[in-house]
Design a protein around this ligand. Structure first.
Ligand SMILES: [Zn+2]
Length: 237
């Protein structure tokens, strides 16, 4: 059932795609229901960016699960678990939106070596613990618990989509000081020194090898194989 009130309908093409997607979910799907991406794309025409707009709802508190989160779903199905802020209302229109310019985005990816700075996986790589699932990079807040908008490179960090989701939902399951201390003391001395250096600058700089790895990971598989052979040959000579 479609609720039309003061032009606030997903059919209103003057509204932004994110708002239209939110209204469509509210009026045509509802909390606790499954929908298909195809249905959404059909409803909101011309929005090849529809997936992206839907993801943009997550920072505004919308919980939309995919088949990766919920095994009972088909790959083209999504599950609207709960609605977040009413982004169609003037005061919430910018909720969770970060206006990051393409230039800033490129700069941050470049700076971070095209790697997730939380788990170290590079773009396109398969997760070690989830073969078949490839890493998609996105940008996150340096401090995941700070709200508000961050459009500056120094507030942003390259994350894979998985860490990005996890970090957002981490609130309340942080480890205790003692648990982290135990891990710290178990580290070999060299790693303790590294860790201390990172703590002092509150940042983990990438080594040249890690940066090169990030670049290598962006190449097609066939080229990566060639490079591996070339490097092996170089090391032997
Ligand atoms: Zn990650």
């Amino acid at each position: 059932m479609t609720v039309v009130e003061s032009g606030l309908s997903w059919r209103n093409e003057d509204l932004g795609a994110r708002i239209r997607v939110a209204l469509w979910l509210r009026d045509e799907v509802g909390e606790g229901s499954i929908f298909s991406k195809a249905r959404l794309r059909e409803a909101i025409q011309g929005a090849e960016q529809v997936d992206r707009r839907m993801r943009d709802l997550r920072p505004a508190g919308w919980v939309i699960k995919t088949y990766r989160d919920k095994p009972s779903l088909q790959p083209d199905q999504l599950y609207l678990e709960s609605m977040g802020l009413p982004v169609w209302e003037q005061e919430h229109r910018a909720a969770g939106l970060r206006q990051i310019s393409a230039k800033t985005r490129r700069f941050v990816y470049e700076r971070d070596g095209h790697m997730c700075r939380r788990c170290g996986h590079a773009a396109g790589e398969e997760y070690v613990d989830a073969p078949g699932t490839r890493v998609r990079l996105t940008l996150g807040h340096v401090n995941p618990h700070s709200s508000g908008s961050a459009a500056n490179a120094e507030d942003l960090i390259t994350e894979c989509a998985r860490c990005n989701e996890t970090v957002k939902h981490l609130t309340g399951v942080q480890m205790t000081k003692g648990q982290v201390w135990d891990r710290m003391t178990e580290l070999p001395k060299r790693h303790k020194q590294d860790l201390l250096a990172w703590m002092k600058v509150d940042f983990r700089p990438l080594s040249q090898a890690e940066k090169t790895w990030g670049l290598y990971r962006q190449l097609p598989a066939a080229v990566r194989e060639e490079l591996q052979r070339d490097l092996e040959a170089l090391m032997r000579s």
